[in-house]
Design a binder for this molecule. Structure first.
Ligand code: AMP
Length: 310
């Protein structure tokens, strides 16, 4: 089993959805990505927390065999984020972003991480994403995501960073903003011209689009969103998608730079991403991952297959 390095925020979140309100719970992109990917591969995280980060939260990560050697603990408060969802839960408003110890984060990779073959760069400053990549010896596959702020205010830096990536994961708004194209196929092609050979565009409850070049032509695949009985809290769904997608690629030892990589594997990775994103929404915060089993993950993968075959 190959292993994966994940960098990103470790946080406490306050979240309000039509189903309830939680004032403080474990969150952060790195947390969601690593919990999700842990169902497929061994995960090692890089991030920073303050002295208020609870030992039960470290225990949750470790109960999923996540290596926390690269989790730095410094004096001060852990990154705090608060958001409120619209009634249909397709949009949210950020109420508070307190960077706290995240403001001066300088990722340092433990020596034991440097030779790990898979690297996922979660949404942090593009310069830091580049810095983490530079500390790795020679990852087989590098991918990551970003957000509107880096696209608008740190564009040149972001472009230099993603040039060396194998894939980029963005939502539809970010794809349009980054490419300057409203048509999503044109947007994906424009992003591919920036470097990544694979582009995944997340569309919230409507699923995700995969664009990959195979044998010289552009192949696309549309995964639907899983129809949940009830969405409790969509926080972290995009990150869990990333964890499922990347975790599956790592578990299969895939190398996207090889022209002979079976594109079907990419499709399966997108479905595993959708599966993990859907589980995340079933409970508040990371709660679903306290009980979720790999058998449930595989059963939902099969359900996706049955629901989309014709
Ligand atoms: P998602 O719903 O997939 O976008 O992920 C939400 C998670 O991202 C929350 O747990 C937040 O703590 C974290 N988050 C929100 N804003 C930021 C930010 N500016 N930088 C890093 N992480 C963030």
């Amino acid at each position: 089993m190959s292993s994966l390095v994940v960098v990103g925020s470790l946080a406490y979140d306050a979240v309000e959805t039509p189903h309830g309100k939680v004032d403080r719970m474990l969150g952060g992109a790195c947390t969601y990505i690593s919990l999700s990917a842990s169902y497929f591969t061994k995960v090692s995280i890089v991030g920073v927390v303050g002295d208020d980060f609870a030992s039960e939260d470290v225990d949750l990560l470790q109960s999923h065999h996540v290596d926390v050697e690269g989790m730095e603990r410094v004096p001060g408060k852990t990154f705090f984020w608060s958001g409120r969802y619209t009634p249909d839960m397709n949009d949210r408003e950020t109420l508070v972003t307190d960077l706290n110890v995240f403001a001066t984060f300088e990722p340092k990779l433990p020596a034991s991480y440097r030779g790990i073959p898979y690297l996922f760069l979660g949404n942090i400053q593009p310069t830091l994403q580049r810095n983490v990549r530079a500390q790795m010896s020679n990852p087989r596959l590098t991918g990551g995501d970003t957000m509107n702020y880096w696209i608008s205010d740190h564009r040149a830096d972001l472009l230099e960073t993603i040039r060396g990536w194998n894939f980029l994961l963005v939502n539809d708004h970010e794809a349009r903003q980054l490419s300057g194209k409203t048509n999503l196929k044109q947007a994906a092609e424009a992003i591919m011209a920036m470097g990544p050979a694979v582009v995944i565009i997340k569309r919230g409850e409507y699923g995700a689009l995969l664009f990959v070049r195979h044998n010289g032509s552009l192949r696309w695949f549309a995964a639907p969103g899983y129809l949940l009985d009830q969405v409790f809290d969509p926080t972290g769904a995009g990150d869990c998608f990333a964890g499922g997608f990347m975790g599956y690629l790592a578990s299969r030892n895939l190398d996207l730079s090889h022209a002979d990589t079976d594109p079907q594997e990419m499709l399966r990775a997108v479905i595993y991403g959708s599966v993990m994103g859907s589980f995340c929404c079933e409970k508040f915060g990371v709660d679903r991952f306290r009980t979720l089993t790999r058998a449930e993950v595989d059963a939902r993968f099969q359900e996706f297959q049955d629901a989309t075959a014709f």
